[in-house]
Design a protein around this ligand. Structure first.
Ligand SMILES: O=C(O)CCC(=O)C(=O)O
Ligand SMILES: [Fe+2]
Length: 284
């Protein structure tokens, strides 16, 4: 068995259907190799300055570089990519809105052992979400080729339908091999882990994840992106970062102001909208 691949001409609905079925899917060649090199060049100084991980799960030979909205204009384009963001919105359409959960370059260095097999949604304090109620949509953009040898992400296709808190070994998984420029998408419910890197090169992926706006973000976007940078960003990106109400009444500022008002004063009117109207919209 292998992870399913779709061409970049696939629609969000097709990618979402594969995700619902198997929990993971690869969209091939979303960007070209030279486009990815340009992203890598922008990230290099930040990656060079990042220390190795502090624990086994983060990886003692792995570097995790975050704050990518602040640090990398090209990563902002990855966050907003129509097919990938469209898939996240389709997969998570049962919520009032979605938000950016985290942005993180994951550079697995030579000699790193395989990461523990886990579900990413365990981050929500192991809350037992109902089966097939997806709370997040993960993506890893390949900044290098992903091979079994260099530590391609290991997944168990179909395990999004399994019971919670199960334990698996590397041998139960398969590698999500893909070319540089391709994107692995996977649900918060699929069992997976970073692969062991038996090669001499570093395997680099950009992990960009979206989740339901009523949940907390793994990477605190308000503090990771300084306000003076946030003020320069487009409104649709700011809203995705959380500068909006996540659902009726969630996340307002002082006198019922919309959070976008703090970054772009005068942009939206005061008030939360009407609860009755919101409910009617949901019911229709
Ligand atoms: O880097 C990877 O391939 C996956 C890492 C991962 O699953 C995690 O850190 O949660
Ligand atoms: Fe993970």
């Amino acid at each position: 068995m292998a992870v399913r691949h779709l061409p970049r001409s696939a629609t969000s609905e097709e990618v979402t259907a594969a995700l619902r079925e198997e929990g993971a899917v690869i969209v091939d060649d979303v960007l070209t190799s030279s486009e990815m090199d340009a992203v890598a060049q922008e990230l290099k100084p930040w990656m060079d300055a990042t220390p190795f991980g502090p624990d086994d799960f983060s990886g003692h030979r792995t570097k995790r570089t975050g704050g990518l909205v602040a640090r990398s204009p090209k990563c902002r384009e990855l966050v907003m990519h129509p097919l990938i963001l469209g898939t996240a919105k389709t997969l998570l359409a049962h919520a009032a809105s979605i938000q950016l959960h985290l942005t993180q370059v994951i550079a697995i260095g030579p000699g790193e052992p395989a990461q523990m097999i886990h579900r990413d949604q365990w981050a929500f304090d192991f809350f037992p979400f109902p089966k097939d109620y997806e709370v997040q949509c993960n993506t890893i953009w390949a900044l290098t080729d992903f091979t079994e040898e260099n530590g391609a992400t290991r997944v168990i296709p179909g395990s999004n339908h399994f019971a919670d808190k199960m334990r698996f070994e590397e041998k139960d998984t398969i590698p999500a091999e893909m070319r540089k420029g391709s994107v692995l998408l996977y649900t918060g419910s699929i069992y997976h882990g970073g692969g062991a890197n038996h090669s001499k090169e570093t395997r680099v992926g950009i992990n960009i994840t979206y989740n339901l706006s009523w949940l907390r973000q793994e990477e605190n976007q308000y503090l990771s992106v300084p306000l003076e940078i946030a003020r320069t960003l487009p409104v649709d990106l700011l809203k995705l970062m959380g500068y909006r109400r996540g659902a009726y009444a969630l996340g307002y500022v002082d006198d019922l102001r919309d959070p976008i008002e703090v970054v772009k004063p005068g942009f939206s009117k005061v008030g939360l909208g009407d609860l009755k109207e919101t409910l009617e919209k949901l019911e229709s």
